[in-house]
Design a protein around this ligand. Structure first.
Ligand SMILES: NC(=O)c1ccc[n+]([C@@H]2O[C@H](COP(=O)([O-])OP(=O)(O)OC[C@H]3O[C@@H](n4cnc5c(N)ncnc54)[C@H](O)[C@@H]3O)[C@@H](O)[C@H]2O)c1
Length: 349
């Protein structure tokens, strides 16, 4: 039988191995982040996406994580379970589960995943009414507890919920950002890699627009080792991959039957948190409140942004064709329709 000492040293060894598998560059970034003290990331909604994001964040080991949910016991149970994985996976992340906001005070980043998820046959827009109430009340509470935080909105319908959070938080637009483009682009990258039988590492892709049926996969800017996919695949295959990407969420809802995707959404959240906590200046497609950029006004839509310690540090311009501009405008119009619907719901209440 192994003594507790041996078990302890095995746990330490597995932690050492987990750390060893980080690249030298990652280690350097991590130590810089840690040098300025342990960060705090709050994840509101301890469901499938929130729980997955918390797990990947715990593995990052650069911030303590606070999980919040209205269901009593759920965030506490998940936080404790994740803490107990620490000795096995080699992280020292402190995880706290709570039904209130006190423990979230002074978070650096707050991820909002609270709400209901899509069931089969339900559109993201069906979620509008329920989730707008949840996102508003949650945002008011996190903004009060963490006035300097950067908020990442995940709840659907995504771009409309960004409007709600932006309004409720009263933060500058740079600090209220929506996660959708990172996920949609990851899906596009996956399908491109599958089609061409190449490593996903060599595929980069961009999906702009709202997170919905009107999203705009930008094939001209999607490449394999720098070669645009439009030069590697016939037009009908490119179109098929774009369509599969636009239906990427629904495809998984159809398969799971009882909920929507969470592994890739959780990982997409953490890609954004990494960029902020480690001040990486990543260029990622994120939903941001446009004020004239891309010819779009006062609307949250996904476009390429530079993401760093200050949140959105730059909105990058892209040279779009007339067709792409029209598709982006259509996507923004769809978001505006939801914003108008929310106004109607509010006035009827
Ligand atoms: N932006 C994207 O790309 C993307 C991807 C996947 C899922 N989503 C959305 O993310 C949301 C969460 O999805 P999920 O699969 O994790 O759902 P889930 O049902 O597993 O989790 C949602 C959690 O929110 C909690 N919650 C509800 N009201 C709350 C409140 N007022 N305060 C705190 N917590 C509250 C629920 O108790 C639940 O645990 C959904 O709206 C879903 O559509 C978005």
């Amino acid at each position: 039988m192994l003594s507790s000492l041996t078990i302890g040293s095995l746990a330490r060894e597995s932690g050492r191995l987990a750390r060893k598998h980080r690249s030298a560059a990652q280690c350097e970034e991590y130590s810089e982040a840690m040098a300025s003290g342990r960060r705090k990331v709050t994840v509101v909604g301890a469901g499938m996406v929130g729980g997955t994001a918390a797990q990947i964040l715990a593995l990052r080991d650069y911030a303590d994580v606070v999980l919040v949910d209205i269901v009593e016991g759920l965030p506490q149970g998940k936080a404790l379970d994740l803490m107990q994985a620490g000795p096995l996976l080699g992280y020292d992340t402190n995880l706290t589960g709570t039904n209130g906001y006190e423990a979230t005070a002074d978070s650096d980043v707050v991820v909002i995943t609270s709400g209901i998820a899509r069931k089969p046959g339900m559109s993201r827009d069906d979620l509008l009414k329920t989730n707008m109430g949840i996102v508003r009340s949650v945002t008011e509470q996190v903004a009060k507890a963490s006035p300097n935080a950067i908020i990442i909105v995940v709840s659907n319908p995504l771009d409309a919920m960004c409007h709600v959070a932006f309004d409720a938080a009263g933060f500058p637009r740079e600090r209220v950002i929506g996660m959708a483009g990172v996920l949609d682009s990851a899906r596009f990258r996956t399908f491109i890699a599958m089609e061409l039988d190449v490593s996903v590492e060599d595929v980069s892709a961009f999906v702009l627009g709202g997170h919905g049926d009107t999203m705009v996969p930008l094939s001209r800017y999607s490449t394999v080792a720098g070669i645009p996919i439009t030069e590697l695949l016939p037009a009908d295959r490119v179109k098929a991959l774009e369509e599969r990407t636009a239906n990427g969420g629904a495809e998984i809802v159809g398969l799971l039957k009882t909920g929507s995707a969470y592994y890739a959404p959780g990982a997409s959240v953490v890609e954004m948190v990494d960029a902020i906590v480690l001040d990486k200046k990543r260029v990622l497609p994120c939903s941001i409140y446009l004020q004239g950029e891309y010819g779009i006004n006062d609307t949250y839509v996904g476009v390429p942004v530079k993401l760093g310690a200050n949140g959105v540090e730059q909105i990058l311009p892209l040279n779009l064709s007339d067709g792409e501009k029209a598709a982006l405008k259509k996507s923004a119009d769809a978001v505006q329709d939801l914003v108008a619907a929310m106004e109607r719901i509010k006035s009827e209440a």
